[in-house]
Ligand binder design. Structure first.
Ligand code: NAD
Ligand code: MG
Length: 385
C-alpha cells in the first residue's frame, strides 16, 4: 500500500492523478488533497477517497470546505502555510500539480520529507531548479517528471552516462496557432487560445502551449532535470503528439517514447515506478495513425521560444524573470487586458530591463520573482492605457 498526496488535486493533472489512484484502492491510500478554492471538487474527491486531510490555499474558502466535509473523517485546513504543512505530512508519493510558482514552497516542503515527489508543476523548476534538485539530493527524495516530454526522456535516458547522449529532442504539438499568420495571431481571443488541438489542460498551460512558451519552459525544465545542457536540447514540431520526446545517442541510436496524448500515461508511469500499472487508454493503433510528421518551429511567429532558449543558456536569474513575467502576462491575457502577441512582448521587455545577479538562495529567487512580476504588471498597465 502506497500513501499518496495530491497538491492541486482539482486541476487537470490532479484530476487525472485521482482517476488512476481511485482505480486501485488496494494499492493507494490518500493522505492529503489540496486546491486553491474549488471546494466542491475538492470535497467530492476527499469523500470518494476517504482522504485524511483537505486543504484550500484561499482561506476565505475554508468555511465552505468545513461545511462540505462535516461528518466525514477528513480534517480541513486553509491558507498557504497549510498547503505546505499538508505537503510535509510525508506521504510515500506526492504529486505536485499546482499551477505556477505558487507550487514552489509546497514542492520543497514535500521534498524535505523525502519520499517520491512527482513534478508536473514546471514553473518552480524553471525559476528555482537548482534549489529543488539540491534539496532532493540533501533529503534523499526521488524526483520523477510527469510532464509528458520529460517523462518520455526519463524513460529513454541513462543519466549515469551523460557523455553517451548527443541530444535530447523535445517534441511540440505547435499548439492551436501553428499554421496561423502573425496577423491572425494578433487577434486571438482567450477562448481560442485555451482550445488545444491534442491535449486537455488547465488555462495557463494551454495559453503557454499556444505561444509555445510552454516548450520554452520545458527546455529549461529538461536542462534542470537531465545532465544535458540547453545547447544540446532541440525542439521539433510533431503535430500528432504521439512521440512525447526522444534521446539521440552518439552512436546514432535514437530512443523515443510513444503513447496516446493523455496525461494519465506519464502520471501512471510515475505512480507505479519502478513498476508499471494498467491504464484505461486504448493501445496506440499505428496503422490507423499512418504517419508521423516533423517540422522545425518558426521562431518568428513564436518569439517565446527564442526568449526561453536565451534564458536557458544565460542561466542565473533569467529563467525566473522569464517565468514570472510570463505568469503575469498570461493572467492579463486571460483577463482580456492584453493581446495574444503582447504576452511574449511583455516577457521580452521585462527581461531586457531587469538583469539582477544570479540568485543563490530561495529567498533571492522569490525576491527576483516578485520584482519581475511587479515590472511585468507595470507593462500590462501601459498596454491597457
Ligand atoms: P489547472 O489550472 O487545471 O490546476 C491547477 C491546480 O492548482 C488546481 O487544483 C488549483 O486549485 C490549484 N491552485 C491554483 N492556484 C493555487 C495557489 N495559489 N495555491 C495552491 N493551489 C493552487 O492546471 P493543470 O493544467 O493541472 O497544470 C498544473 C501544473 O502542471 C502546471 O504547472 C502545468 O504547467 C503542469 N502540467 C500540466 C499538464 C496538463 O496536461 N494539464 C501537462 C504537463 C504539465
Ligand atoms: Mg509537456
Amino acid at each position: 500500500m502506497r500513501t499518496v498526496s495530491i497538491l492541486g488535486a482539482t486541476g487537470s493533472v490532479g484530476t487525472s492523478t485521482l482517476d488512476l489512484v481511485e482505480r486501485e484502492p488496494d494499492r493507494f491510500r490518500v493522505v492529503a488533497l489540496t486546491a486553491n478554492c474549488d471546494v466542491e471538487r475538492l470535497a467530492a474527491a476527499a469523500r470518494r477517497t476517504g482522504a485524511e486531510l483537505a486543504v484550500v490555499a484561499d482561506e476565505s474558502c475554508l468555511p465552505a470546505l468545513r461545511d462540505a466535509l462535516s461528518g466525514t473523517g477528513t480534517a480541513v485546513a486553509g491558507g498557504a502555510q497549510a498547503i505546505c504543512d499538508a505537503a510535509a505530512l510525508g506521504a510515500d508519493w506526492t504529486m505536485g500539480a499546482i499551477v505556477g510558482c505558487a507550487g514552489l514552497r509546497p514542492t520543497l516542503a514535500a521534498i524535505e520529507r523525502g519520499g517520491t515527489v512527482v513534478l508536473a508543476n514546471k514553473e518552480p523548476l524553471v525559476s528555482a531548479g537548482d534549489i529543488i534538485t539540491a534539496a532532493a539530493a540533501t533529503h534523499g527524495a526521488t524526483l520523477l517528471p510527469a510532464d509528458s516530454e520529460h517523462n518520455a526522456v526519463f524513460q529513454c535516458l541513462d543519466p549515469t552516462r551523460p557523455d553517451n547522449v548527443r541530444r535530447i529532442i523535445l517534441t511540440a504539438s505547435g499548439g492551436p496557432f501553428r499554421d496561423w499568420t502573425l496577423e491572425q495571431m494578433a487577434a486571438v481571443t482567450p477562448a481560442q487560445a485555451v482550445a488545444h488541438p491534442n491535449w486537455s489542460m488547465g488555462a495557463k498551460i494551454s495559453v503557454d502551449s499556444a505561444t509555445m512558451m510552454n516548450k520554452g519552459l520545458e527546455l529549461i525544465e529538461a536542462a534542470r532535470l537531465f545532465p544535458v545542457p540547453p545547447e544540446r536540447i532541440e525542439i521539433v514540431i510533431h503535430r500528432q503528439s504521439v512521440i512525447h520526446s526522444m534521446v539521440d545517442y552518439v552512436d546514432g541510436s535514437m530512443l523515443a517514447q510513444l503513447g496516446p496524448s493523455d496525461m494519465r500515461v506519464p502520471i501512471a508511469h510515475c505512480l507505479a515506478w519502478p513498476e508499471r500499472m494498467a491504464t484505461p487508454m486504448a493501445p496506440l493503433d499505428l496503422v490507423k495513425l499512418g504517419r508521423l510528421d516533423f517540422e522545425a518551429p518558426d521562431a518568428l511567429r513564436f518569439h517565446a521560444l527564442t526568449l526561453a532558449r536565451d534564458a536557458a543558456e544565460a542561466g542565473g536569474a533569467r529563467p525566473a524573470i522569464l517565468n514570472a513575467a510570463n505568469e503575469v502576462a498570461v493572467a492579463a491575457f486571460l483577463a482580456g487586458a492584453i493581446g495574444f502577441l503582447e504576452i511574449a512582448a511583455i516577457v521580452d521587455d521585462t527581461l531586457q530591463r531587469y538583469d539582477p545577479a544570479a540568485p543563490e538562495t530561495l529567498d533571492a529567487v522569490l525576491a527576483i520573482d516578485a520584482e519581475a512580476r511587479r515590472r511585468a504588471g507595470e507593462r500590462v498597465k501601459d498596454c491597457v492605457a
